[in-house]
Design a protein around this ligand. Structure first.
Ligand code: FO1
Length: 306
């Protein structure tokens, strides 16, 4: 069975480790958000691609969910001494990835090619696809001004009021090679438990993606990232609320309803099942909070059953 997943960062990566245990890794393709990509210190950083790659390769810092485990921060400390603003924490080992990527991009390689080179070197069989090779930058509009998503998320810790998400480059960004085929050729498409607005929403905003999801013969199943009216991690709840979307599993189901066949929701939201079913969706109720590896495998199993 060919499976294609739409992924943001930490939540998606954790879910995918469970999925990669119960399906053949080579049968799995992951389309990853690149709206969080940022240039810092002259380097091209692709946070979500790296989070998914490191997590599947078993080298992620599990406590943080991003970066490489046991990493040190000597380069960052030296940059700080040199007077550089070091609000984005790049570890020494992690920096090697960004140096490699930036160098290859400057040599003329595409983000798709570099992502593939890194995943092969880390021994992964799962196909990892950036959503686009073109410039695409998620900006967050706040009363304090409009800023890059990572500035809002890391530097300002999501404290400024969220007014809107703006996608720089969206009008011209094309899907990366393989993205539309991965959606139309799949038997199952999974929308990972990621932020519907700035992780999945960016992927959906790329020309042709939503259409491919509407036309695919694959069953399309989402995992709600909203549990009991809040997110496990990240600002999805603030963002849905800011956009006037109900912050609930039902709100997520409604947001994806046009292309979705089924949704997996948490046991704490079981009462929403009837309302969601009225949208014409199948609903699977289970524990969606992934604390242990067994939780991840159980959630992935539930998605395959949904
Ligand atoms: N998240 C943080 O909360 N603080 C950081 O300093 C930080 C650094 C960082 C470096 C590399 C990387 O690949 C990810 C990093 N993240 C950091 C995670 C990232 O900001 C977000 O989790 C995603 O962009 C949202 O999916």
């Amino acid at each position: 069975m060919k499976i294609t997943a739409l992924a943001g960062g930490v939540g998606a990566a954790r879910f995918l480790t469970g999925l990669a245990r119960i399906v053949k890794p080579e049968d799995l393709t992951v389309i990853i958000n690149t709206g969080d990509d940022i240039n810092l210190f002259g380097l091209h950083i692709s946070p979500d691609i790296d989070i998914v790659t490191y997590t599947l390769a078993g080298i992620v810092d599990e406590a943080k969910g991003w970066g490489i485990k046991d990493d040190t921060f000597h380069a960052l400390t030296t940059l700080k001494t040199l007077g550089v603003d070091t609000w984005f924490n790049l570890g020494d080992r992690d920096l090697a990835t960004h140096i490699y990527r930036t160098n290859r991009l400057r040599q003329g390689a595409t983000l798709t090619e570099v992502t593939d080179e890194i995943r092969i070197k880390l021994g992964l069989k799962t196909c990892l696809l950036p959503m686009s090779n073109d410039h695409f930058e998620t900006k967050i509009k706040t009363p304090q001004g409009t800023m890059h998503f990572e500035e809002y998320f890391v530097k300002h810790q999501c404290k400024p009021q969220f007014l809107a998400a703006e996608f720089d480059g969206q009008a011209t960004a094309k899907p990366a090679p393989g993205v539309l085929d991965a959606l139309s050729d799949a038997d199952l498409v999974i929308v990972c438990p990621s932020n519907p607005v700035v992780s999945v929403g960016t992927i959906l905003s790329i020309a042709g993606v939503r259409d491919a999801l509407l036309r695919t013969k694959a069953r399309v199943v989402a995992v709600s990232p909203i549990v009991a009216g809040a997110t496990i991690k990240g600002p999805a709840d603030k963002m849905l609320n800011g956009l006037g979307i109900e912050v609930s599993a039902f709100g997520v189901a409604q947001f994806y309803a046009d292309f979705l066949d089924a949704i997996v929701i948490d046991s704490r939201d079981a009462a929403e099942q009837t309302r969601i079913a009225k949208l014409g969706l199948a609903v699977k109720v289970t524990n969606t909070v992934m604390k242990t590896f067994d939780d991840k495998v159980a959630l992935a199993t539930a998605v395959l059953q949904a």
